[in-house]
Design a protein around this ligand. Structure first.
Ligand SMILES: [Zn+2]
Length: 204
């Protein structure tokens, strides 16, 4: 089913690339020449780095979507990557939509729900543990609701996506664009088992 594997070498990757460009050129002859002249993406897609999640769930082609993916789709307000990505996408590329996409079966969410954050230190993943503190803080904020939930995992996944959505909406660059009516911000949940998106929140 997959094109490449753990056993794949660079020659395999380069061959796969050749095959991909050939197939893409046949299906979309104008795509690469158009992309070669610059990008005008309509959407900034923020999602988890999970291998099963990306902007292709929108059925888009290269050139349509500016993407930023991070572990557990965390975009803290004071993070330099958050700030610079939003500035570039909104004020330089002039996207008119930001999609903040959480997803089911997220490893970051599972780590916090299962109380495994400290295990990361034992596995030499100190930075990851530090990074996931944002998600742990969300879990603590909603611990009563999570404890009463039939599906605590899904609940924390949604609360995390909503928290990052609020982070994005609160960003000064985004605030300005929202006030000027040139931007929409949406929060969605991607189901890795079906490929379907579900609406969580929206400025519309
Ligand atoms: Zn994830």
């Amino acid at each position: 089913m997959f094109t490449l594997s753990h056993e794949s070498q660079l020659t395999d990757l380069l061959q796969a690339n050749q095959d991909w460009t050939k197939a893409t050129r046949q299906e979309h002859p104008d795509l690469f020449p158009t992309n070669g002249r610059g990008q005008q993406p309509h959407t900034l897609f923020i999602a988890c780095s999970d291998s099963r999640v990306n902007e292709n769930c929108l059925g888009v082609l290269p050139g349509e979507v500016f993407t930023w993916r991070s572990v557990a789709n965390i975009c803290k307000p004071d993070d330099l990557t958050t700030l610079s990505t939003l500035e570039f996408a909104v004020d330089c590329l002039h996207v008119n939509k930001i999609v903040l996409c959480g997803h089911t079966d997220c490893g970051g969410v599972a780590t916090c729900i299962n109380g495994k954050l400290n295990d990361l230190h034992e596995n030499n993943c100190n930075h990851l543990a530090h990074y996931l503190q944002e998600l742990e803080d969300t879990r603590v904020s909603y611990q009563d609701e999570i404890a009463a939930s039939q599906d605590p995992y899904r609940l924390l996944t949604i609360r995390n996506a909503q928290r990052q959505y609020v982070n994005v909406k609160s960003n000064p660059t985004v605030q300005r664009a929202l006030k000027e009516g040139r931007l929409q911000v949406h929060a969605v949940l991607y189901n890795v088992g079906t490929g379907l998106l579900e609406k969580l929140d929206s400025t519309e």
